[in-house]
Each structure stands twice: as C-alpha cells, then as structure tokens.
Design a protein around this ligand. Structure first.
Ligand code: AMP
Ligand code: GLY
Length: 424
C-alpha cells in the first residue's frame, strides 16, 4: 500500500483526495492541514500549508510514499525541492518553475521573450514612473501586483483616478504587502475566459478537459470578485479548433520556454486564457490545480489520477494514457453570507446522503467536539454533479445543493447559464 501526503486544505484538495483514493493501492492519505469535511476521506494533520519545515519533517518521519503539493504558497516556497531532496516523489513544480505564478513580472517577460500571446504590458518598481505612465495609458487599465495576493491582486481601473488610486494602494499603502512593490500595468482584453489545466512532466503536456469559472459573487456576473463561485466543464467556447491553436501557440511554447530557461515545469500547469478577437491570449498562469476548476475536471477524469501523477513525477507522461469521459460537470459553490467581504462562521451544516455522480467537496468547515460539521470560511462547500449533458449536470448540481442544510449559506443561481446559452 502507498501512503500519500496531500498539502492543502480546501475544496480543490478534497477533490484531489477523492480522485486519488479511487486507486486500490492507496493506503493512508495524510492531509496537511485538511479540514473538518476532508477528515472523512483522509487523516488531517495540523501542519499549515505554508510551514515548509513542518511538512518536510512530517513526510520524513511518516515515510510517505508520494506527495501532492496543491496550493501556490508552498510550491513557491520550495516544498517540492525540499521533499525531493529527501527522495520523496512529488507532484508539483519546484520553486524555480512555480515562479510562473509567483511572479507576474517573470511570467510576462517569459511570454514576451518566447512570443507567447498575452496582453501588452509595462512593469514598474517605483511609484512616480507608474503614475506618469498612467496619464496616457489606454483605459480601462489592468493593474496587477507582482507577487502572490490570494487571487485578489488584480484591479481593473475604468478611470485615470481609479488607476492612480490602485497603483498608490499597491505601491504606497502596500495593501498586498511586498507583493505590490512591483506592479504590472497591462492592456485590457475582452472575450470569453477559459481555464485549461494541463498535466506536464516538462516534456509532454496533456491538457485536461477545459472549464469555466464564475468569479463574481452575484448572479449575472455582478458584485465583487471572489475565489470562484462555481464552474462548469467542458467550456463550450473552447472548441477543438481553439484547443489546437492553444496547444501550438501557448501550451507547448510555454513548457519549451520553461525548459530553455532551466526551469522545467512538472505538475499541473493552469492556463487562464481569454479568447480575444485577435486569438487566444494568456491572462495568467498558475503553477497548480485551480479551485474550483478541479471540482469539475477531476470527476470527469476516467484514468487513474495517482498513475498519471506518478508518471508526471517520473517523466513518463508520454507513455501514460490520460482519458476523460464524455459528458459534463457543474460545481456550485456554497459560501457564507457576506463572502467575499465580512462573514460569520460556526453555522451547522447537514449534508445530504451520497448519490451516484454527485460529490460534495468541503472547502471551509470544521468538526465540533460533539461531531457536528460547522462552517469555517468564506467558501464552504462545492456541490458537483456529472451527467451526459451540461444541462443535466447543472440541474443535478442545483438539486443536490438545495438538499444541503446550511442556514448561513448562499450560492449563485446561474452557474452554467452563459455556457448553456452558447450551446443552444
Ligand atoms: P487573476 O487574479 O489574474 O485571475 O485575474 C482576475 C480576473 O481579472 C481575471 O479572471 C480576468 O477576468 C480579469 N483580468 C485579468 N487580466 C485582465 C486583462 N488584461 N484584461 C481583462 N481582464 C483581465
Ligand atoms: N479559480 C482560479 C484559481 O484557482 O486561481
């Protein structure tokens, strides 16, 4: 039997663990730190995902056979480098490759150097030149903090005043800490957004089924940006022809570029794309599985996840089949009322009984001493359904979400509607 260690503790990790456990050779799955819902599927260990020394020490003393490092911070902090030094096979990029997400400036310069399509941009590490540039920059302007900022480091400024305020907030007031010491100011792109996660061992790249996130808190894409309120897969804007263009102009050039830079990328590379009238362009790279994209992509994976991950770690992805089932998936995120702003935790959650082709992934909850599940976070649950058509998947996900008892929860009612309108 193989004992696994999964680093992270959200809905994405819950989906990873459920998929990994389908392999009969999997023994104990340790989750660092996990959460009260994940505890039903793995052994949660109170070590923070950013505590690299703690993670390495745990893996060493428990002799884990394979490690999956899911979140961006430990990857950027070099968790995989340290685990590999101990001889523990890992799924996830080393720190020098995780830079592709860890620094937006690095990612933009890489794309420029290797001719990978992305929004035009300028980089600033001092306030005055940035303000000067904004006086004549086209509007809207997109302003991004260089470093990791919990997915919130992007401000789309409609006016010059807003743009100036955004740059001052990042560079002067340091609202994102050191992440904002450098900023990227880029051209505003338009078009449908697509998320494509891909397995890559640095040489071979296999895209997973495409997906669509719904980032705004409210129906009809209104309200503030969130970590993601729901997803569907596959994304109907992403046609086979588009997939071919992306493979040739974006995916393969990116892994070749990383190799040429001496930073081979092994793990899950996430392409955040915008299908602009001028063709597909990269909005962002992530060095990891997306959340909540993973919650619709993995339920459609037919191949064994552990086998694919081991092939990525061993560099044998070219010899490993990766298959997805036909059909579609929809994930509806149930969040605490008030999220992404102020919200309360500690409300009891009662989950409906398991059903085939349905999953509830727990993102933010804990167990009380008397064994009740209570909310403990902004995004609390991801309710996924898989079906033969997107319409059926959406309907089933909502029907299942409606069975969840959680008085302080809310969810968008229109996940998948934009995609369905394209299919009609
Ligand atoms: P990110 O935090 O990088 O995922 O960006 C958040 C969101 O901002 C993206 O999903 C896009 O909707 C939007 N965005 C980022 N960059 C641009 C851009 N250059 N043009 C238009 N929208 C953008
Ligand atoms: N869903 C977007 C992300 O994981 O960054």
């Amino acid at each position: 039997m193989l004992d696994l260690m999964v680093v992270g503790g959200g809905g994405r990790e819950h989906a990873l663990i459920r998929a990994l456990k389908k392999n009969p050779r999997v023994g104990t799955v340790y989750v660092l730190p996990g959460n009260g819902g994940i505890a039903a599927d793995g052994q949660c260990v109170p070590v923070a995902a950013t505590d690299i020394d703690g993670i390495v020490e745990f893996a060493r003393t428990h002799r884990v056979d394979f490690a999956v490092v899911a979140p961006d911070d430990p990857l950027v902090l070099g968790a995989v480098d340290r685990l590999e030094e101990l001889g523990i096979p890992c799924f996830g990029p080393r720190a020098n490759a995780a830079m592709i997400e860890g620094s937006k400036v690095f990612a933009k310069n890489l794309m420029k150097k290797y001719g990978i399509p992305t929004a035009a941009y300028a980089v600033f590490d001092a306030l005055e030149p940035a303000l000067e540039y904004l006086k004549t920059a086209p509007l809207p302007s997109v302003i991004k903090a260089d470093g990791l900022a919990l997915g919130k480091g992007v401000i789309i400024a409609q006016t010059r005043d807003e743009a100036e305020a955004a740059v001052r907030a990042m560079m002067e007031d340091k609202i994102f800490g050191q992440s904002g010491s450098r900023v990227v100011i880029e051209e505003f792109l338009t078009g449908p957004e697509v998320s494509v996660l891909a397995f890559t061992d640095g040489q071979t790249l296999v895209p997973m089924v495409s997906s669509m996130d719904h980032k705004r808190a409210g129906d009809g894409d209104t309200g503030p940006n969130t970590g993601g309120m729901g997803t569907i897969a596959p994304n109907p804007f992403y046609t086979d022809a588009m997939a071919k263009v992306c493979m040739d102009t974006i995916f393969l050039p990116t892994i070749r570029a990383m190799e040429a830079e001496g930073r081979p990328f092994r793990g899950c590379l996430y392409f955040g794309l915008m299908l602009t009238p001028q063709g597909p362009k990269v909005i962002e790279y992530n060095c990891r599985f997306g959340d909540p994209e993973t919650q619709v992509v993995l339920p459609l994976l037919e191949s064994d996840l552990l086998t694919v991950m081991q092939a990525v770690a061993a560099g044998t992805l070219d010899r490993t089949p990766v298959k997805f089932r036909a059909g579609a998936a929809c994930c509806v995120v149930i969040a605490s009322k008030g999220y992404p702003k102020k919200y309360e935790s500690g409300f009891e959650i009662v989950l409906p009984p398991p059903e085939p082709d349905r999953e509830i992934y727990v993102a933010g909850a804990k167990r009380t001493e008397d064994g009740r599940l209570v909310s403990a976070g902004g995004r609390v649950l991801g309710v996924t359904a898989v079906a033969d058509t997107l319409e059926q998947a959406v309907k089933a996900a909502y029907a299942y979400a409606d069975q969840v008892e959680f008085s302080n929860g809310f969810f968008r009612r229109d996940i998948g509607q934009r995609a369905l309108s394209v299919l009609k």
